[in-house]
Write a protein that binds this ligand. Structure first.
Ligand code: HT7
Ligand code: ZN
Length: 879
């Protein structure tokens, strides 16, 4: 497949000022008529109009009133080219598309009988011939015609300017979007939908109409999304002074959707998973995710829609920035410092769990990639989550006010334009009078930097010297790396756990936390007025997306765990203590040595568990061991089952040693009364359910019954699902027949709630007690389908991505399963299949006994005909 290079960018030869689209909607043949006004771009030497098109039936093409016939135009490789075009061109292009045959869920498709579109990144070309690139921005008029009974609701971007009935039971609606936008932000929805709507007053006094559209029967599940939308609008006004620019803002939920949601101008389309919630079907995590995704898509209205990307290499310009914004929104919404810390810990955990491995594997790429074959493969955690960390570092370096000044300048300079990551950096630098040229390396260099810290205390001079050195491992196509500008936030604790103010030599200011700017390969910072040898709290709040190598003794880590005022580092100290032991235990498993866990560690765990002055949500995070994937990340050679055994041993030991304390934590964190998805209650439920999961590892059937009671009595999905998951994962199912009955009860109870049935599949597919035979049986279940991405993810991804113990079976059966279903999925939905292909990213680091069957499965897949999406991943994995 062709590789697209970032440096090959050329400006469009023709720009578009307006497009008028007419759709006559029918499942098997929708006719699309597009009238587009082109103007030659004075910045281009070319006179050729280049239009993209894919899977289209071209009916007619008329240029300035004249029907074109070949060779007036050429059509090949998905491009329609018209040479020697004059300055002003109006093209009328009629095409036919087949939404009912579109299983890729890109372009125009059907879900549960209704029409939806997904155009980012390159779906618009499946609707009509058009310059489908983000730097071509136009205003849109869209008229939709359809059967009124089947499709009573007709929506598109912007404002509804006309609608009416037509003969033969048909009707139409006309929409105008006054804001210029690229084609990837176009959307239409047509079907039988209902909405919750509200008028909302903006800070400037304007009233806007907010709507959340869902299928009939789901209106009891929209209030949380509506509340989240109102909070998002208010937050963007108060934090960044950014106002909603439309009179109407719509959210539509669809059950067949490739990703989470889409920020189409004024008409956001969401996976039902990120809209629908009530206590019966949604967990605390679902409620939090909905708030964050609604926020994310809403914030795109400025960071993405008003200012968009020049080309897809700049994707992180909008995604990294918008993830940073949604993270800050969710953190602010918790309303407390400990809530902010919880959010930060969760975000860093995701980064380490998914992005660090990506950065160390065959798909490693810079936040601003240099090349791609299929852009859909670059909607990655590097673009999103590492991109957000890059944006966060501006704020760490410039302060909140400095960051806000940078944002203001960014919008002043670029509103209405398609720009680059370099433009964002320039706005941040210029608004703050800083030279940030070195910071650009965060965009251009892949890989996770390693930062080594060495300290030396001089009691005579009361100084502490900190020597920081950095390196970055090679990544595909990048062997040598230059030093980054890395903000390292440092704090110091005395022997009593009190902060020692940090003052860098030569500076007048002292503060509890000081941000050191590491710019060279090796650099020493001297801190003065340090009265005693301190315990160092480094990389506070995870001030940079790096791996910190800093040797600290168990005593020092225990001191930080007990006293650090930086909640993130307090949690981090506990994770490091656990990680040390988990790595040693994994080696012991591999070498057949006896497994043990030391008392001081168990005591530290006890102290956290019984420290009732600590927020329950923080305690839950501190008592959750590093995941199997995070442990794997720390090993040169990955033995997934040894990791699983080691971690299980540690969990079981902690369960038995602290059984009474877990019991107490369970009882003390019951949330009686009406279910409220607020952080305080959610934190208590999280701790209580963690306690339950530990208790189920103690060899007592009493706790199984406790979990069964919790399942039966729960008035919310969080508690019900947690009980059932723990029962299944702990192996109680093998001991007690009631558990199987509960699993059946769960299915029957929620048979008509697809999002809950997804949970039913997930909880089984991720269980270390579910054999591959049972997974195969689940694949035959009548409720299983490849066509719905959520369902495919819940079963296949659940098993291949999140079930280390079973997926990595020694006989290679897990890998064969992966290969078989990857090929099947690839024929239906390449974008989703390519994500499944990534399960094998790390195969070269597996122990030899697994590497061989993994390679066999990969090669078997590679021999078949594959989509461009999956081909790119398989080739890169094998290369
Ligand atoms: N900007 C949106 C990306 C997206 C997407 C990309 C490719 C294929 C399908 C897709 N659905 C949504 C999502 C976001 O980041 O907000
Ligand atoms: Zn986004």
């Amino acid at each position: 497949p062709e590789t697209i290079q970032r440096l090959d960018y050329t400006v469009p030869s023709f720009l578009v000022d307006h497009i008028d689209l007419t759709f006559d909607l029918a499942p098997s043949a929708t006719s699309v008529s597009a009238t587009t006004r082109f103007k030659h771009n004075p910045a281009s030497d070319s006179r050729e109009i280049v239009l993209n098109g894919q899977d289209l039936e071209l009916v007619k093409i008329v240029m300035n009133g004249r029907t074109l016939e070949k060779p007036d135009y050429a059509l090949d490789h998905g491009e329609l080219r018209i040479p020697n075009a004059p300055d002003d061109v109006t093209l009328v292009i009629d095409t036919l598309v087949r939404p009912d045959k579109n299983t890729s869920l890109m372009g125009l498709y059907i879900s549960n009988g209704n029409f939806f579109t997904q155009c980012e990144a390159e779906g618009f070309r499946k609707i009509t011939y058009y310059p489908d690139r983000p730097d071509v921005m136009a205003s849109y008029t869209v008229t939709l015609f359809a059967d009124k009974k089947k499709y009573p609701v007709l929506l598109s971007n912007g404002n509804l300017v006309d609608q009416g009935d037509l003969p033969k039971g048909r009707h139409f609606a006309k929409w105008e979007d006054p804001f210029k936008k690229p084609s990837y932000l176009f959307a239409l929805v047509a079907g039988n939908l209902v909405c919750q709507e509200e008028t909302f007053r903006l800070a400037d006094g304007r009233d806007v109409l907010l709507q959340v559209w869902v299928e009939d029967g789901n209106l009891d599940k929209t209030p949380h999304a509506m509340e989240s939308l109102k909070h998002s609008i208010a937050w963007d006004e108060s934090r960044f002074g950014l106002e909603l620019d439309l009179d109407r803002f719509m959210i539509v939920a669809v059950s067949d959707f490739n990703m989470g949601a889409m920020e189409n101008k004024g008409l956001n389309i969401f996976n039902t998973r990120y809209v629908l919630a009530n206590p019966r079907i949604a967990t605390d995590q679902d409620y939090a995710n909905i708030e964050s995704v609604v926020g994310h898509e809403y914030f795109h209205n400025w960071t993405g829609d008003r200012v968009t990307c020049r080309d897809w290499f700049q994707l992180s310009l909008k995604e990294g920035l918008t993830v940073f914004r949604d993270q800050e929104f969710s953190a602010d919404r918790t309303g407390s410092d400990s809530g902010r810390a919880v959010k930060r810990i969760e975000d860093v955990r995701t980064l380490r769990q998914v992005q660090f491995p990506e950065d160390a594997g065959p798909m490693a790429h810079p936040v601003r990639p240099d090349s791609y074959q299929e852009i859909n493969n670059f909607y990655t955690v590097t673009i999103y989550e590492k991109g957000a960390e890059v944006v966060r570092m501006y704020q760490t370096l410039l302060g909140r006010d400095g960051f806000k000044k940078g944002m203001d300048l960014y919008f002043k300079r670029h509103d209405g334009n398609a720009v680059t990551c370099a433009d964002f950096l320039a706005a941040m630098a210029d608004a703050n009078g800083r030279d940030l040229s070195q910071f650009e390396l965060w965009y251009s260099q892949a890989g996770t930097p390693r930062v080594k810290l060495e300290s030396d205390y001089d009691s005579l001079n009361r100084t502490l010297s900190l020597t920081l050195s950095q390196s970055c491992p090679p990544t595909p196509g990048q062997t040598e790396k230059k030093p980054f500008l890395i903000p390292i936030a440092i704090g110091l604790l005395d022997a009593h756990g009190k902060e020692i103010p940090v003052r860098v030599k030569g500076s007048d200011n002292a503060s509890d936390t000081c941000v050191l700017e590491l710019t060279q390969e090796k650099q020493t910072f001297t801190l003065v007025d340090v009265p005693e040898k301190p315990v160092i709290s480094a990389l506070r709040n995870f001030s940079a997306p790096v791996i910190l190598e800093f040797e600290q003794t168990d005593e020092e880590l225990l001191h930080l765990l007990a006293n650090d005022t930086d909640s993130f580092n307090r949690w981090e100290a506990g994770q490091r203590l656990a990680m040390r032991r988990l790595l040693e235990l994994t080696h012991a498993v591999r070498e057949n040595r006896p497994l043990t866990l030391d008392k001081p560690f168990i005591d530290a765990f006890r102290t956290v568990l019984t420290n009732t002055s600590l927020d329950p949500a923080l305690r839950e995070l501190a008592l959750t061991l590093p995941s199997e994937t995070i442990i794997a990340e720390k090993m040169d050679e990955i033995d997934p089952r040894a990791i699983h055994t080691a971690r299980q041993f540690m969990r079981k030991t902690l369960a038995n040693a602290l059984e009474k304390e877990w019991q107490k934590a369970y009882k003390n964190n019951l949330t009686d009364g009406e279910y409220r998805p607020i952080p305080q209650d959610a934190g208590k439920r999280a701790l209580k359910n963690l306690a339950l999961s530990y208790l189920l590892l103690c060899d007592s059937t009493d706790t199984c019954h406790m979990a069964i009671d919790q399942y039966r009595q729960a008035n919310n999905m969080t508690d019900r699902l947690a009980a059932l998951t723990s029962l299944v994962h702990s192996g109680c199912m093998q001991k007690l027949p009631e558990v199987k009955e509960l699993l059946e009860h769960f299915y029957k109870e929620y048979e008509n709630e697809p999002l809950v049935i997804d949970k039913w599949f997930s909880l089984q597919s991720t269980s270390p007690t579910t054999s591959i035979e049972s997974i195969r049986e689940l694949m035959e279940h009548p409720a299983f389908t490849f066509r719905n991405p959520n369902r495919a993810r819940s079963l296949i991804f659940g098993f291949c991505h999140n079930n280390m113990a079973q997926f990595h079976a020694e006989d290679g059966s897990g890998y064969e399963f992966w290969a078989k279903y990857l090929l099947e999925l690839d024929r239906i939905n390449p974008q989703v299949a390519a994500r499944l292909a990534r399960c094998m990213d790390q195969y070269k680091r597996y122990v030899p006994s697994l590497r061989q069957p993994a390679e066999r499965a990969l090669k078997q897949v590679s021999k078949q005909e594959l989509s461009r999406d999956t081909r790119e991943i398989i080739n890169k994995t094998l290369s």
